[in-house]
Design a protein around this ligand. Sequence first.
Ligand code: SF4
Ligand code: SF4
Length: 471
Amino acid sequence: MKKFSDFPLIREKNDLLRFKLFRSTFGNVKFLNILRASLLLLTLYAIFFGLIHPDRKENIFTTALFWGLFWPFFMVITLPTVGNFFCMVCPHGFLSRKLSKSGLKLNLPKGLKNPYIGLGLNIILYWFILYTFPGVLREPLVTALFFLFFTLLAIAVSLIFTNGAYCRYFCPIGRVAPAFARVGFTWLSTYNRELCDSKCDKPDCAFACPYKLSPLKFDKNNSMDTCTLCMECANSCEGVKLSVRRWSHSLLKKIPKPQSWEVWVYIILLAVITITMRFHHGLGHSPVKESLPWVIIGKWLQETTGIGKPFDFVGLTALIMALLITLSLVLGGFYLTSRIINRSYRDVFLNLGYALAPLMIVGSLSHVCHFFFTHYYHEVINGFAQAFFLDFRVEPLADRKDTWLRIFNIFPFIAAFWSGYIMWRRLGFFEVKGFKKIVSYILSSGIIIFYLGLTVFILYVRYFGHTGHHH
Ligand code: SF4
Ligand code: SF4
């Protein structure tokens, strides 16, 4: 039987696995498993720490680890840069792959093979709670219970069902991270497909994949599906490569089998995270606060129903309004575009929807960078010092009033132009020209234009607001 390894391989210049140091670390399952196991221990310890120290005053570690380190650094920073690094080192993915080897290995029932289960859990258990019960997720006990729930879910699902079920269908990040990883510049695939097709009798890479994906097809499909970068495939055959490509390269090319779940991830999270955040937090403390529609409606609902703290109608109204605005701008814009260019609505949705990928994830960088200097840095360091009984403390790197922090306001603009550029390129697939192209471009970019306008408005009220207060 001929194998890929029978043919000497000269690695391409842009293949990260070309570097020995990379091959023996992030290209190496053993190294990764040690890293994942350490992160698992850290996760379990942080959960335990949150359960025995439920109070905010005596526990900064639990929240700092999850919301100050894992979420901003592994998600927001890595996805638009190096890609799906989060899943690569994820302790739950590690646990799930290990456990399912000795579990019942049942096939997941058809009804549960639904890409929206994980996304739904993400929105209901995190974002919905964040807006409607403000502050609750900052509590160490709640944070610990939140991660305990997902740890137990990962264990249960992996013990019952075949490999990969947890990551692919239940994990709240499982669909989100691979979809946003398209924005970054790395790409996993295999060398020379011809050689793989004709000379390789048994595709080791596909057999090795715990998620039953075939890296052989990643290039052809212009999709890595739900690849978690676990690197099992790369360790089974040297024909696998992890290349550095042009930023967002996969979004600039046609996607032969576009997936509606991917597009829905972009749209829903854009509404639930970015637009709601801007409504609620971006403007919620500004001088115009009292005249915002969601504040007026929210307060009215609160008075009429008599339901008050800890439930927040203002947050809920902001969330619903953001969803309605985003959905009407995106779906309405795509519908009108489909009429103008004479293509089916589905075609337009599946092709142009991918242009929205950078909007949420690149825009979120401004918040995360800002918070690194004002919150995350000292909270994470002091949290670790507290959890491991070390006797030192560090101060915040910056005060939120520091004017130089304003430099991070650049990210939402980069996000909008990035998405706008991809939209223009993807509209080109439909071979529309001239005036039609410009009109359909403006219509299909409605949400990008709205996002830009909202960003400018927030900056305006924040820095030049008429009362002169800076919050
Ligand atoms: S899909 Fe979820 S559990 Fe699986 S590796 Fe990614 S983050 Fe971890
Ligand atoms: S293709 Fe499969 S085996 Fe390879 S890195 Fe992705 S998830 Fe892991």
